[in-house]
Ligand binder design. Structure first.
Ligand code: ADP
Ligand code: MG
Length: 357
């Protein structure tokens, strides 16, 4: 069975994501409880500052050894990125582009968008930043969504979701065909982690664990010299339950899973938030989740989405061929990882109903 992470567990678990922009009382209480700085005595490296906020539609927790004021800088970095790249936030680059079909985006949005389009081309649309019309149609994770759209509605929008139709001009003007739209939800959190980690490193932090809705940046090791341990979440359990642990130092990791945002329809079918461009429906490749470890957050985030869509077989093949460290958890409770993943990271299975193959 899956283990449950206790408070102050020696390893760190992946924080749950809460969908929807409106903060419910429950979320608000949790947020306020977490918002205060917590100081923990470090074994040898002074005190750890831990700070949580709600941004980019998820919890953002920075735990690090260093000046407590740095967390405020991290918050600002992430909310600035959200203000530029959110699809739903009025006035963002992506909002304006989707509204008008032509818009000169900021340099930062351009960098993330170009990376997204490159990965879309490399993965032949498994990662697809042009899925906005279908993401809106499905409304997964939004309050009140409890039924899938009609097949005819999906088919009507599919032709508008070809990432090759997004035209990026020299200078940063982006042009979209009528009705098309971009969504950087599968890549922006990873990019934000790159920027936060870069800032902490520049300010002298040598040990930190930063979690933005399940995408994680690890800087260095814990002050006692041991690696940070990340929990591989139990796909069917609560956010604090895990089936395995992975030790990481100086790395970024993202996991795409069926549990982050979903709804269960009246007929009991579960619809999650990662769409397959080929069908316009939630990707169904027998996977619970896909975890990527990379030296860049932007890559770990985009590839976790892409390889989730590919499924274990094609995803493993793609990852081996392209030197990506990937781990897959299948619906039949098997765990598979690339050779690179197995060689580089210390992995421990903790659930006896899962099997590593
Ligand atoms: P999460 O955001 O929950 O950490 P992902 O990184 O996998 O998970 O991103 C999923 C989000 O990316 C969706 O909520 C949606 O905004 C967007 N998205 C959905 N399907 C795709 C896809 N095939 N390619 C790129 N982005 C996608
Ligand atoms: Mg992703």
């Amino acid at each position: 069975m899956a283990k449950k992470a206790a408070f102050f567990n020696p390893f760190y678990r992946v924080c749950s994501r809460v969908s929807g922009f409106k903060l419910s009382m429950r979320k608000l209480t949790a947020l306020l409880a977490a918002c205060a700085f917590v100081f923990l005595a470090g074994c040898s490296g002074g005190t750890a500052a831990s700070h949580t906020t709600f941004v980019m539609d998820t919890f953002f927790t920075q735990t690090y050894y260093g000046d407590p004021g740095l967390a405020g800088e991290g918050d600002k970095i992430v909310s600035d990125i959200e203000n530029k790249m959110s699809r739903t936030r009025e006035g963002s680059d992506i909002y304006n582009l989707n509204e008008s079909g032509i818009y000169e985006v900021s340099e930062e949005t351009l960098y993330v968008l170009k990376t997204a389009l490159d990965i879309a081309a490399e993965t032949r649309g498994a990662f697809n930043p042009a899925l906005a019309p279908l993401i809106e149609l499905w409304g997964i994770g939004e309050e009140g969504t409890d039924a899938p759209p009609r097949q005819s509605e999906i088919e009507a929008l599919l032709p508008l979701t070809d990432y090759r139709d997004a035209d990026v001009w020299e200078g940063g003007t982006v042009v979209l065909p009528p009705g098309a739209g971009l969504d950087l939800g599968g890549i922006a959190k990873g990019y934000a982690l790159d920027r936060v980690a870069e800032n902490l490193r520049a300010k002298g932090v040598i040990s930190a664990l930063i979690d933005l809705g399940g995408s994680i940046a690890v800087i260095g090791k814990k002050p006692d010299g041991t690696a940070y341990r990340i929990g591989v979440r139990d796909p069917m359990g609560s956010a604090s339950e895990y089936i395995a642990t992975v030790e990481l130092a100086d790395a970024f990791t993202s996991t795409s899973g069926i549990y982050e945002r979903y709804f269960i329809a009246d007929d009991g079918v579960r619809y999650h938030h990662i769409l397959d461009s080929a069908t316009g429906r939630p990707a169904e490749r027998g996977l619970f989740s896909c975890m990527i470890v990379s030296d860049q957050g932007i890559l770990s985030d985009a590839y976790s989405t892409a390889l989730f869509v590919m499924g274990a077989e094609a995803g493993l093949h793609y990852a081996e061929k392209n030197g990506i460290d990937a781990l897959f958890v299948t619906e039949d409770k098997k765990i598979m990882m690339t050779d690179g993943f197995a060689e580089k990271y210390s992995f421990e299975l903790t659930a006896d109903d899962y099997e590593v193959i």
